[in-house]
Design a protein around this ligand. Structure first.
Ligand code: SF4
Length: 681
C-alpha cells in the first residue's frame, strides 16, 4: 500500500476483507455495490416493501431501513417476509442509533445492522469533559460491555455489521479528546472495530460520513492507513457524503467526496444521500461506479505514469498549493472559473448570459451574478461589443496578436508554441500542458520542460499553467504533474481543464465533480475550465436514467458554468451561493423533507455563503450544526427546533410557521438580505 491506497498514479482497488451479506459478497475486489435507504415509516410494512421493491428494481443491491426502537426492529421480520414472498432476496440492513436493544433484535432478522459508534452507547449531552486516561479506559470498557452482546449475536446469526461513523454525531468523549476531526472519526470506529476483532468477528464494513466532502475524504484515507498500520489489513469501505441535498448540488457534493475516494481505488459499496426519493439515488450511484468498470490498462504506446516516490502534500488535511498571483489568478485569490464559449459562433451580448452576465439594453448595464465566470475562452473570435467590467477573454495566439485590446485579451499557447513563440503577452499567458496523454508517446515531462525553457523567467512569471489529460487515469495523471511542479518548486498558478465525453447530465456532473473536485480537495487548482468533447456537445439533450435533462432550461454552456461554481462550493474553495445540508430523510423523519427543503430554498437561495441544515430528526441534527450556520430540525411530530450554530434558539415551533420563523431568525442574526437588494449591476 502507498500512503493510503494501492497506487496514486493508476487505478487499483484497495484489497479489503471479504464479507458476506446474505448472498451478496462485498469487499475483496467484488464489484462495488450500490445501495439506498427507505424513507417510509418502518411500521408501515406495505409502504416499506413497495418502496424497497422500487429501489431493487432500480438496481439497489442492499436496502437499509431504520429501526429506531424495538417495535420497528421487530417489524423488519414482516417486511423481510413480504419481500421474500414476492421473490426479492436483496439483503436488508437495519439502521440503528441510540438503541442497542433494537440492534440485538434486528441482528437476528436482517442480513446486516448499521451501528453509529457515536451514539450506540454514549448519550450525547454536548458536554466537554476532561477525561483522564483511566477514565477514558473506563468508558471503553463500558462500550465493550454494551457492544459485545451485539457482536456475539451477529456471529451466531451470520449477520454483517457496519460501523458507521458520522461526523455530525461523534460522542462527547471523542469530541473532548479529538474534536470533530477526521482523527476523531477514525478513532470512534476503531474503538468498536477493536472490540469486534477481540471477539474474532470480522464481518465488518466501515464508513466515515460527513456532509463536508473534505472531512470525509480525509477521514476515509486516515481510516485505511490506521487499519493497515494496526491490523495489516483493511475492512471493506461503505462510501457516502451525508446530507448532500438534492438536484445538481447533491450529485456534485456526493461525487466530489465519493468520486475522489473511488479514483484512488477506495470503496466497496456506495450510497448517495439525496433529499429525493430513494430509488433516484441508484442511477447516481451507478454513474459513480461505472467509471471504474473499464479501467484496465489500455493498449498505449507510452510508459506508465511515473510513480510517486515522495508526497509533496498532506493527503490527510487540506492545504492549498502555494502559488504566486498572476492578475486575479493564484496567490490568495479564490479559484477562477473559465467558461468555454468557443463553440458559439458570432458571440453577442446575450450569449454571455450562460456565463453569468446579463445585458440590460434599456439601462445599458450588465448584471453580474454571483456565479459569473471570470474569463471566457472564445477561440478565434474577437468581440465587437463592450465587455462587463470584470470579464476577460482568452483567445488563440494569432487572434490575440490581431486584437487591438490587449487589456482584456490574453493568449493561450501550447507548451511547445509558448516555447517557440516570437511574441507573448507581457501581462498574462495561458500555457497548456498535457499530462501523460494516452494517445501520444509522451511519457515524461516534455511539455513541462518546454515551458521551463521558454523565454526568460520574467515572462514565465506572467504565465498560468493549464493542466489537462486524456489519460484513462486523468485525475491521477494531472495530480502527478502537480507533484512534479511542487518537486521543482514551480509556483505558477494552475487551471484544471476537465473535458467530458459522457452523455447525460448526471454523467457529466459526476465526471466534472470527480475529476476537478478531487484535485481541488488536494489543494491543487487556482481555477477550473470545464468542457465537452465534440461528440458529447452534440448529444447534449440526452436524458439520464432518472429523466433529468439539463437542456430543459439551460444551454450547455450555462449548465457547465453552474456546475463549475457548484464544484468550487462543494470543495469549499469558493462560495457563491447558499449552502444546504439536507438529510435524505428516513423512517425517523418528522416532516416532509423534500417539500420543506424546496420551501426553505425558495426563500433563502439569495443568501450567499449562509449554510442551512435541514434535518428530519435529532440523530445528526445538533452535530451537523457544527458545519452549519442555522439549523431546521424535526423535534417531534409537526414540531421544529431552530438552531443558530449549535445553540437552540426556538424550540418546538409549529411546522406550519417554522419557515417564517427561520426567516425571522436569519433577520435577527443579521444575515438576512431582501432578495431585491441582492442584484448587482
Ligand atoms: S437526520 Fe434524516 S436521515 Fe438521518 S436519521 Fe434523522 S431523519 Fe433519518
Amino acid at each position: 500500500m502507498q500512503f493510503y491506497c494501492e497506487s496514486l498514479t493508476e487505478y487499483k482497488r484497495l484489497k479489503t476483507r471479504e464479507v458476506m451479506i446474505g448472498d451478496l459478497l462485498l469487499g475483496n475486489f467484488h464489484p462495488i455495490r450500490v445501495q439506498t435507504m427507505t424513507t417510509t415509516d418502518t411500521m408501515d410494512t406495505m409502504g416499506t416493501v413497495e418502496q424497497s421493491i422500487r429501489c431493487i428494481e432500480a438496481g439497489a443491491e442492499l436496502i437499509r431501513i431504520t429501526a429506531p426502537s424495538k417495535r420497528e426492529a421487530e417489524n423488519l421480520l414482516n417486511i423481510k417476509n413480504e419481500l421474500r414472498k414476492r421473490g426479492y432476496t436483496t439483503p436488508l440492513v437495519a439502521d440503528i442509533h441510540f438503541t442497542p436493544n433494537a440492534a440485538e433484535i434486528a441482528a437476528r432478522i436482517v442480513e446486516k445492522v448499521r451501528v453509529n459508534p457515536g451514539n450506540y452507547v454514549d448519550k450525547k449531552k454536548f458536554e466537554i469533559i476532561e477525561y483522564s486516561d483511566a477514565e477514558y479506559q473506563e468508558e471503553i470498557d463500558r462500550i465493550r460491555e454494551r457492544f459485545t452482546p451485539l457482536v456475539k449475536i451477529c456471529k451466531e446469526y451470520g449477520t454483517t455489521m457496519r460501523i458507521g461513523t458520522n461526523h455530525g454525531s461523534l460522542s462527547d468523549r471523542i469530541m473532548s479528546r479529538y474534536g470533530d476531526t477526521p482523527i476523531g472519526m477514525v478513532e470512534s470506529a476503531m474503538e468498536f472495530l477493536r472490540i469486534a476483532r477481540v471477539e474474532n468477528y470480522h464481518q465488518v464494513v466501515l464508513s466515515m460520513k460527513s456532509s463536508n466532502p473534505q472531512v470525509m475524504v480525509h477521514a476515509y484515507r486516515l481510516l485505511v492507513k490506521t487499519m493497515f498500520n494496526e491490523f495489516g489489513e483493511c475492512y471493506p469501505l461503505h462510501l457516502g457524503v451525508t446530507e448532500a441535498g438534492d438536484g445538481e448540488d447533491g450529485r456534485i457534493k456526493s461525487a466530489v467526496g465519493t468520486g475522489t475516494l473511488l479514483e484512488d481505488g477506495l470503496g466497496d459499496t456506495v450510497r448517495v444521500s439525496l433529499t429525493e426519493d430513494p430509488e433516484l439515488e441508484i442511477p447516481v450511484c451507478k454513474d459513480l461506479v461505472k467509471r471504474y468498470e473499464h479501467r484496465e490498462p489500455a493498449v498505449i504506446s507510452r510508459e506508465p505514469i511515473p510513480p510517486v516516490e515522495k508526497l509533496t502534500y498532506d493527503p490527510f488535511s487540506y492545504r492549498r498549493r502555494e502559488t504566486f498571483a498572476v492578475d486575479n489568478i493564484g496567490g490568495k485569490h479564490v479559484p477562477v472559473v473559465i467558461a468555454d464559449l468557443s463553440r458559439i459562433g458570432n458571440i453577442a451580448p446575450q450569449h454571455l448570459q450562460s456565463a453569468g452576465y446579463t445585458y440590460n439594453k434599456a439601462m445599458d448595464k450588465w448584471k453580474i451574478s454571483d456565479a459569473a465566470a471570470d474569463y471566457i475562452f472564445i477561440g478565434h473570435q474577437k468581440l465587437d461589443f463592450e465587455l462587463p467590467g470584470t470579464l476577460k477573454l482568452i483567445v488563440y495566439p494569432a487572434t490575440w496578436q490581431e486584437a487591438a485590446d490587449k487589456k482584456n485579451y490574453f493568449p493561450v499557447f501550447s507548451a511547445k508554441g509558448f516555447n517557440e513563440a516570437e511574441v507573448v503577452s507581457t501581462k498574462m499567458n495561458f500555457v497548456m500542458i498535457d499530462c501523460f496523454n494516452d494517445d501520444t508517446s509522451i511519457n515524461d515531462f516534455t511539455d513541462l520542460d518546454y515551458f521551463l525553457t521558454a523565454r526568460d523567467q520574467s515572462v514565465r512569471n506572467n504565465s498560468i499553467i493549464c493542466l489537462s489529460s486524456t489519460n484513462k487515469d486523468a485525475m491521477p495523471a494531472v495530480r502527478r504533474m502537480y507533484i512534479e511542479l511542487m518537486n521543482r518548486n514551480i509556483k505558477n498558478p494552475v487551471i484544471n481543464i476537465v473535458d467530458s465525453n459522457w452523455q447525460t447530465a448526471d454523467e457529466h456532473l459526476i465526471h466534472y465533480a470527480t475529476e476537478a473536485g478531487a484535485l481541488l480537495l488536494e489543494g491543487m487548482g487556482d481555477g477550473i475550465c470545464l468542457g465537452m468533447t465534440g461528440e458529447a456537445y452534440t448529444a447534449q439533450g440526452k436524458r439520464n436514467a432518472s429523466g433529468r435533462n439539463y437542456l430543459n432550461n439551460e444551454t450547455v454552456e450555462q449548465f457547465i458554468n453552474n456546475t463549475a461554481f457548484s464544484i468550487l462550493q462543494a470543495t469549499r474553495t469558493r462560495i457563491s451561493k447558499t449552502e444546504y445540508i439536507s438529510c435524505p430523510s428516513c423512517g425517523r423523519t418528522l416532516f416532509d423533507l423534500q417539500e420543506t427543503t424546496a420551501r426553505i430554498r425558495e426563500v433563502t437561495n439569495h443568501l450567499k455563503g449562509v449554510k442551512i441544515a435541514i434535518m428530519g430528526c435529532i440523530v445528526n441534527g445538533p452535530g451537523e450544526m457544527a458545519d452549519a450556520d442555522f439549523g431546521y430540525v424535526g423535534s417531534g411530530p409537526g414540531k421544529i427546533t431552530l438552531y443558530r450554530g449549535k445553540e437552540v434558539v426556538k424550540r418546538n415551533v409549529n411546522n406550519k410557521v417554522a419557515v417564517e420563523e427561520l426567516v425571522n431568525l436569519l433577520k435577527e442574526s443579521e444575515v438576512w438580505i431582501e432578495p431585491s437588494e441582492v442584484k448587482i449591476s
